[in-house]
Ligand binder design. Structure first.
Ligand SMILES: [Zn+2]
Ligand SMILES: [Zn+2]
Length: 183
């Protein structure tokens, strides 16, 4: 998504213009263009243009519990200042702030939103996505998707740290039973 902002750069500080965004962008950097929709607002600042907006995209992610791939509704928040590399009136080069990763408006007054969208999209991707809040996940023993029903290995599902206790408990029962028989 590229916007020619020569008019906004000539405008007074505080000048606002809004844009509807509907574009296909490879926001995950995996060679797949994903539809991105929303609104952005460009506000003239004393140094350049402030880009603010909220965009939506549906991205394919793997559920961290059941490993099913599902569409996650991503909300991408943008708030970035863009700095022009040349003065729009005189055409003379401008110093841009000496910071890593700043966004610039090129010498043709083109503001390219894609990189900002990509970076903020990656921040919005959840670390441990869930296909639904109560996803039951997979059985650790047989790998069955427990959302589709229980498997037959509940007993062996016991954490190995508890297994000893379980053995002791059942041994205890046997001892008691044995005692009763003795009486
Ligand atoms: Zn799941
Ligand atoms: Zn199982």
């Amino acid at each position: 998504m590229e916007i020619n902002v020569s008019q906004q750069l000539k405008a007074h500080i505080g000048y606002v213009r809004e844009y509807d965004i509907e574009d296909y962008i490879d926001i995950l950097g995996i060679g797949v263009d994903i539809q991105v929709e929303g609104k952005v607002k460009l506000t003239k600042t004393n140094r350049g243009l402030l880009v603010q907006g909220t965009l939506r995209a549906k991205i394919p992610v793997e559920c961290s519990r059941c490993l099913k791939v599902f569409e996650f509704p991503l909300i991408i928040k943008l708030e970035e200042e863009y700095f022009p590399v040349i003065d729009v009136n005189s055409g003379t080069p401008l110093e841009t702030p000496d910071e890593i990763g700043i966004f610039t408006i090129d010498e043709h007054h083109i503001l390219d939103l894609n990189e900002a969208i990509r970076q903020n999209a990656l921040l919005a991707v959840p670390m441990k996505p869930l296909c639904r809040a109560d996803c039951a996940g997979l059985c650790q023993t047989c790998g069955k998707d427990l959302n589709k029903g229980q498997c037959d290995c509940e007993i062996s599902d016991i954490d190995p740290r508890w297994a000893k206790l379980v053995n002791l408990a059942s041994a205890g029962k046997k001892v008691k039973k044995h005692k009763k028989e003795m009486e």
